[in-house]
Design a protein around this ligand. Structure first.
Ligand code: PLP
Length: 291
């Protein structure tokens, strides 16, 4: 039987590369710190590692969270965010950059300036606006700067239904709506858009990848009632890592979606609210499935 391409089997390829003493592709995650470790850069770094990348992070804000939501959030000085990104570039430059919670307009503007000066080879933008529990994670100036100046630099934007609605300015209820929202976001300058169907009433587990070539649906397993905190962060980070490995966009999305399904399937209860992801268990499940 032919071997799976490495992008479909990253947990295995990661171990092989580490045993060989070879460097893994570095993936820079820029986002908020989530004290519960379910979302934010804590989810990013676990997802990057589990999918075969070497994580490096730049924290934009400190948040206190538990399974029911965000109890405190303080943005960091944007100059400190830039210093962290510059520090990441002081070693071998990252093969891919992923952004998540950017907190405010000042941080978005400084990052845009930095990305224009040193364009990341791959830029995955998870356009985080609110947490599932309703806490604002990006202010109004930040939303405006993200739409006008960050999206045009993105290789891929990964909105969920609520984010697609906010950015595209329309209701998204069906796959046709998701396609139209994706086209509108594409017209804002992004090279590709993945509209995630996790909360799409008409097709709850189908994600839609919209590019200049058309739209491609990714149907997946649906887990009714299993709300897992931070899956959006983990998904975008996994895609960025597979792209950093050299995978084509559709292969990277397929591999990352498989990982997220394992993450939802293995998540555990830690409190009264959303379930907590276990990235080690998910990586093990993907690895066992690949054998
Ligand atoms: N906290 C931080 C720091 C995040 O970056 C995000 C999402 O990107 C969230 C919370 C929201 O996660 P969830 O929607 O699963 O609550």
């Amino acid at each position: 039987m032919a071997a799976s391409p490495p992008c479909l089997n990253a947990a295995v390829s990661q171990r092989r590369r580490s045993l060989d003493g070879r460097a893994l592709p570095r993936v820079l995650a820029i986002g908020g710190s989530d004290s519960s470790c379910g979302a934010g850069v804590q989810a990013d770094l676990q997802s990057i590692a589990a999918n075969g990348g070497q994580p490096v992070v730049a924290v934009t804000a400190l948040t206190a969270q538990y399974s029911r939501g965000v109890t405190a959030s303080v943005p960091l000085d944007p100059a400190l965010v830039v210093a962290q990104v510059e520090a990441a570039y002081a070693d071998d430059g990252p093969a891919a950059v992923k952004t998540g919670m950017l907190a405010n307009g000042a941080t978005v503007e400084l990052l845009v300036r930095q990305f224009r000066a040193t364009p990341p080879p791959i830029l995955v933008v998870d356009p985080v606006i609110r947490s599932s529990s309703g806490a604002a994670l990006l202010d109004e100036e930040g939303i405006e700067a993200l739409c006008a100046r960050l999206l045009p630099l993105a290789s891929l934007v990964t909105p969920n239904v609520a984010e697609a609605e906010a950015i595209a300015g329309m209701h998204v209820l069906t796959l046709d709506d998701a396609k139209e929202a994706g086209r509108r976001i594409l017209a804002m300058g992004a090279r590709a858009v993945l509209v995630k169907g996790g909360h799409l009433a008409a097709a709850p587990a189908t994600d839609l990848l919209v590019t200049a070539d058309g739209a491609l649906g990714f149907a997946g397993a649906h887990f009714p009632g299993r709300e897992v905190h931070g899956t959006g962060c983990a998904y975008a980070s996994a895609i960025a890592t597979h792209l950093a490995h050299g995978c084509a966009l559709d292969q990277a999305v397929r591999a990352a979606k498989g990982y997220i399904e394992a993450l939802i399937g293995t998540a555990v209860r830690v409190g009264p609210g959303a379930l907590m992801a276990d990235h080690v268990a998910a990586a093990q499940m993907v690895q066992e499935g690949a054998r």
